[in-house]
Design a protein around this ligand. Structure first.
Ligand code: HEC
Length: 136
């Protein structure tokens, strides 16, 4: 009888742990969701940031907020499994891309519109390599 009790307790503990792991994983948006929020044409953060930085008087508070969110979302990409291709290359490309996106945030914090635009433009060189390897 005692043994069944121990087994039950252990089983329940294991179940709780699994639920916790699942809950944590669900907090991380999927790659398609991140790409959609950040890269959708015109509406995505990348294009929104670019349009704002091109204005004669950019709204820096908004730009800084968007750039921060852009960096945060991209930094979560590597926490997902790659939708295609090997994990090692995925993690490497995600880390590089996070650094590239962080440059926008740094430039926005310095209120340097020229640098923001240069950093946004530099991202366009990075899409293909990752898509070729990891986009299903
Ligand atoms: C580090 C990897 C990586 C980089 C860099 C990257 N992407 Fe992606 N992107 C992906 C992956 C993987 C998918 C496929 C997601 C899926 O379907 O699960 C994707 C999907 C997309 C989608 C479709 C989103 C949707 O609604 O499903 C768009 C649009 C997109 N990328 C645009 C871009 C553009 C533009 C760039 C460059 C400025 C870029 N991406 C850079 C990995 C990347």
């Amino acid at each position: 009888m005692k043994r069944i009790g121990i087994c039950l307790t252990l089983g329940l503990a294991l179940l709780a742990l699994c639920n916790l792991a699942l809950a944590l994983k669900q907090d991380i948006p999927g790659v398609d969701e991140i790409m959609d929020i950040t890269h959708r044409v015109k509406k995505g953060l990348k294009d929104v940031i670019e349009a704002e930085a091109k204005k004669p008087k950019p709204d820096w508070a908004k730009l800084q907020k968007d750039a921060k969110e852009f960096t945060r979302l991209i930094s979560l990409m590597e926490k997902n499994d790659p939708p295609k291709g090997p994990k090692a290359s995925w993690v490497k490309l995600c880390k590089e891309y996070t650094q590239d996106v962080a440059k926008i945030q740094e430039a926005a914090n310095r209120k340097d519109a020229k640098e923001v635009l240069a950093a946004v433009k530099a991202l366009d060189k990075k899409c293909d390599e990752c898509h070729d390897k990891h986009r299903p």
